[in-house]
Design a protein around this ligand. Sequence first.
Ligand code: SF4
Length: 407
Amino acid sequence: MNNPENRREFIKKAITGGVALASLGCLPLTGINTMLSGVHACQATAFAAHPRGVSGLSSASNTSAKHSLAKRHTEARHYTRLERNRVRCDLCHHRCIIANGDRGFCRVRQNALGRLYSLVYGSVAGIQIDPIEKEPMHHMFPGHHNLCVFTASCNFRCRHCHNWQTSQRGPDEVRPQEFSPREIVNMAKRQGTRSISHSINEPTIFYEYMYDISREAKGQGLYTLFHTNGYMREKPLRELLQHMDGVTVDLKAFTDDFYRQVSSASLEPVLQTLKVIREERVHLEIVYLVIPTLNDDPEEIRNMAEWVRDELGPEIPVHLNRFSPTYKLTTLPPTPVETLEKAAKTARDAGLKFVYVGNVPGHRLNSTFCPGCEERLIHRTHFYVQRKEMKNGRCQSCGYEIYGLWV
Ligand code: SF4
């Protein structure tokens, strides 16, 4: 397999159905791209030859630039045309006003003569097949495999981003591969995954692609989910949720200061997103990455837990995950396990029924316990389910009904 030719053939067969893709684990397409050359035409690499943003185009080249974009890229949904060929993107709460030739804050939505285009529709930066627990998603078909598709870039600038190699790069800085929504769904079916997710980078920014994949997947009997920072605006969110079974939302902190200083965003829109997901009755789980000194204050954890209990319901799972120094936050230490355990106790004392400690392989609080009788219902080691003691979504000992999708 070390021979590049053998590896190219292996991956080619995997994509076309001959080999279990799951056995590869992670397939970052920045690496797979070379291996797959010749398997799929890569239209986006042609665009990668352009400098970032094309503001300052001469009027003579404006029309051809628009035609060029329209030919190679999909027109965005959820935007408003303004005067002087400007547009306002209505997809996320940044609501970028974008001049002709420029791109939004997320780097992947570009205005060409008053029309907004997605630069990443079908431009896949990576595909992974993992246990669904890796999303993380603990109350949705535990132990099943999930196919995750992602592109480049993001609409946040988190200083602690764990996937910055992909999410903090523009579409011109990765080497994507082209897959239509149907090809993605067919790949998931061939590989036998039960669901398709969008994660790693923020899927809001490739909304159109995610939407079309999810609609196609639902039509073919697959389940769908995405992991988001919660910054999508209400209208596109409600439309998307019609084709979604589950959502994992990062609640990065419970103070606006954190959002502004660490993520270049604000807290309130994320809280609204959480409420909308509940209103639409789509399965919801929350991740709170506990970062030493920045969002680990016990009072902040208690405020967060009480808000979740009161506004969303005590059964919503909350994952208190361990931070590791990375990207621009390398001066802080990893979160002490003791801090996570205290935070978990605080959240449980506030009334939350399913509180997990994540990113600590082997920790007891990565398992699911029955709120009724304290029986361990799902025994996990990191992302792997060792044992399940549930039947039809209920505790086998006391019959307590557990929140989630279990069929
Ligand atoms: S999706 Fe991108 S272009 Fe649209 S408002 Fe958000 S950051 Fe701006």
